[in-house]
Design a binder for this molecule. Structure first.
Ligand code: PLP
Length: 439
């Protein structure tokens, strides 16, 4: 299959929907281009005018097994014809137990765990924050500049990605302290790894605990293994070991937000496995159920010991989403995680060649099929170039490749994990054409 896009997108059907969208849909969404998607198959989507696009976004890293994987569709249909909802708040579901058992097995840190199910990433993080406070009896949390943990008030208090996401919403939790992330390409301290001694973590003991908050008041540190919305930022090799040793020393819970990085995207089931560190709490959503709404907060039984009634969700862990998740995990384990690793490696090699050729391509970083490249004014100054970044995304769209930005100046590649080598090559070819056009 190849991309197929005429010159006049959006076409007539799309234009009509865009008009009605403007009339009736809340204006808070920030869509980068007018893609009105009607159907999808694998790594491909079609818009309402029949134009075919290669999808390097996977619905924001969510359709891990590709669009409408036939086995996932079958699992959803079978379950939908038996039972859609009773509510896990008051009734039991066998599929929820099956999925929780599976997650307890595959999440690093031993099988003695419990799972809380919600419907989204933000709910998974809300649950983690409430649980961390409840189980430690402490109120404060540490999070990082550039982090994105969701948009409900608790999660938004942890998020520090873009000020527009907080502007106008009044007071958030005052008990969250943000510090710079391990972002070596643009180190906030102007230091260089490893001679920095991982100062971005050391600063906790050296400054924060001494001057701002006593560590025995901190319930949790919330961290993404690779910052997603922040710009696909990968911290240095010893970052998480350092972080883990500090949390262990002070009885702070290390909450690892794998909402975007999890479920095979980075070539391992969970990205934190690249650093060999065991989280205390892990949060999951996006790719867990191939596009069905599901979020999970997974913690050791000793931590998840809140009493009945302490937390719940009407829809959370509904049986249709659980059926989709169980099938998704089966497909991931039976080849898609490995495919993400292999195809991701070859994409990184090809992108590295492009970075050497084109002056506006700056830092390239990635694991598996979670790859980002920064668009800069030039390699020497490293100055962000958001206009050209956005221009490349637009050019790619016109040529039939769906891309998204991340952070101030990064282009992210987060295709479905079943992407073939041929599809990867096609997408990167369009990406390079778009870079040339914009530069
Ligand atoms: N955490 C991370 C790392 C995310 O990338 C996102 C969404 O992009 C969220 C949490 C919030 O997820 P949701 O949009 O499902 O609430």
């Amino acid at each position: 299959m190849t991309t197929q896009v005429p010159r006049d997108i959006p076409g007539p059907n799309a234009r009509e929907i865009l008009r009605r969208d403007q009339e009736f849909i809340s204006p808070c969404y920030s869509r980068p281009y007018p893609a009105v998607i009607e159907r999808g198959e694998g790594a491909w989507v079609w818009d309402v005018d029949g134009n075919r696009f290669l999808d390097f976004t996977a619905g924001i890293a969510t359709v891990s097994t590709g669009h409408c994987h036939p086995e996932v569709v079958e699992a959803i249909q079978n379950q939908a014809s038996r039972l859609i909802h009773m509510s896990g708040t008051d009734f039991y579901y066998s599929l929820q137990v099956e999925l929780a058992e599976k997650l307890a097995e595959i999440v690093p840190g031993g099988r003695d765990k419990k799972v809380f199910f919600g419907n989204s990433g933000t709910e998974a993080n809300e649950a983690a924050l409430k649980l961390a406070r409840y189980s430690t009896g402490r109120e404060k949390a540490i999070a990082f500049y550039g982090s994105f943990h969701g948009r409900t008030y608790g999660s938004l208090s942890l998020t520090a990605s873009k000020s527009v996401q907080r502007k106008g919403f009044g007071s958030l939790l005052s008990d969250v302290i943000h510090i710079p992330y391990g972002y070596c390409y643009r180190c906030d301290y102007n230091l260089t790894y490893p001679s920095c001694g991982v100062w971005c973590v050391e600063v906790l003991e050296e400054k924060i605990f001494e001057k701002i908050v006593s560590p025995d008041e901190i319930a949790a540190i919330f961290v993404e293994p690779i910052q997603g919305e922040g710009g696909y930022v990968i911290p240095p090799p010893t970052y998480f070991q350092e972080l883990k040793s500090i949390t262990e020393k002070y009885g702070i819970l290390l909450v690892v937000d794998e909402v975007q990085t999890g479920m095979g995207r980075t070539g391992k089931m969970f990205a934190i496995e690249h650093w060999g560190v065991k989280p205390d709490i892990i949060t999951l959503a996006k790719g867990i159920a191939s596009g069905m709404p599901l979020g999970a907060c997974v913690a050791p039984s000793s931590v998840m010991s809140w009493e009945p009634g302490a937390h719940a969700s009407t829809f959370g862990g509904n049986p249709v989403s659980c059926a989709a998740a169980l099938k998704t995990i089966e497909l991931l384990e039976n080849g898609l995680v490995e495919n993400a690793r292999i195809v991701g490696e070859s994409m990184l090699l090809r992108l590295q060649e492009m970075v050497e050729k084109h002056s506006i391509l700056g830092d390239l970083r990635g694991k598996g099929l979670m790859i980002g490249v920064e668009i800069v004014k030039d390699k020497e100054s490293r100055k962000p170039n958001p206009q050209k970044r956005d221009g490349i995304v637009q050019e790619a769209f016109k040529r039939g490749l769906l891309l998204l930005g991340a952070g101030p100046t990064t282009i992210r590649f987060s295709p479905p994990l079943l992407l073939t080598q041929d599809e990867a090559d096609q997408g990167l070819e369009i990406f390079e054409e778009s870079v040339k056009k914009v530069n």
